[in-house]
Design a protein around this ligand. Sequence first.
Ligand code: GUN
Ligand code: FE
Length: 426
Amino acid sequence: MKQTTFALKGTICYSQSQNQIGVYPDSYLVCENGLCAGIFSELPEAYHGIPVRDTEDSLIIPGLTDLHIHAPQYSFRSVGMDMELLQWLDNIAFPEEAKFSDLEYARKSYSIFVNDVKRSATTRLSAFGTLHVKATELLMDLMEETGLKAYIGKVNMDRNGPDILQEKSARDSALDTIAWIEEVQDKYKNVRPILTPRFTPSCTDELMKELGRIQKQYHLPVQSHLSENLSEISWVKELCPNTAFYGEAYDQFGLFGGEGCPTIMAHCVHCPDEELALIKKRGVYIAHCSQSNTNLASGIAPVRRYLEAGVKIGLGSDIAGGFSVSMLRVMADSIQTSKLYWRLKDNAAKPLTLEEVFYMATVGGGSFFGKVGSFEKGYEFDAVILSDRNLPYPQEFTPLQRLERLVYLSDDRNITGKYVAGTRIF
Ligand code: GUN
Ligand code: FE
């Protein structure tokens, strides 16, 4: 790998705590060997002569992490938005995912996906593929080429699906998973496998047991769905009468965080207190997917409660429950739904602030990938350049007001540069 030192010049903004965005106008952000080396108002002598990309007073922010996204669902996003989760899965998502048994179809669909996510402000993502090993490997190949860093999961599902999208048995699912892991685990620089039991209604106990074993053997992280929708939660109660709450359905098989098992659980809209306590105890990441929760009428996750409880939390687009791959849009949506929650549900749950959603979209979710999502020294150099030249204004705006506009107006045309671990994407 070529090791280089360079700087970006502009107005640099990054989270210094959940409640504070540090702002450095007209400054240099130096990258050394893929890592952040510091922010300077004047380049120190040691850096004189390094290449400088002058962004002409654009904002420079850490790359955004999409902690939950379904790659195969991208090309039908915004279609079929009038159903709740279980009906939507049966009628829209499952029939579409079944098409990925055809590699040519998968190539068409995944090429559209990776192209668009490459252009977005997302630098890191944790994605579901489908149950198909070959199509998931193809997705990993295509994602590797973008330069973005991603966890990608071959989905496991051996019950309650249609015949066209269901693995024949727990054993077949486990064997496919092992073959897939063996094939991909050392193949890529940017892409890593993640174990992906779709959700409890899709996975028999036998399959979960196998996945627990595979997790221990291969030390893979885990991603799934949790407490998204009320009908789903009732169904899980019926399917797992031995559990006190949904999270236990994963935890009983060692698939719910804890030492050596980094885990992302998407949604967490309706978690009882005991579930939240276990999430916290096991260090499980919550992927808050506000837009999806609105589209599928799942509800509004009590994010204020999660922030106050000090649990790990990032944001997800949940394409195609969500229709927008833009994490800027996802940030804006998270603020908006938190206001509805405050007004309609709990007047003690103050709405989320720009600082808080910025935190969750950068270092909150980024930390799942290591030292990611900040410009503190030693963090991986993931940076996005945001220009508001296309959004002219006659008055004076502070840098944070400019950032707020760029978040709410969330338009890819304002994203003029992106770096991942020091590599320039565009
Ligand atoms: N639960 C199980 N599968 C899915 C899915 O594809 N999308 C969402 N939003 N929830 C799920
Ligand atoms: Fe999802």
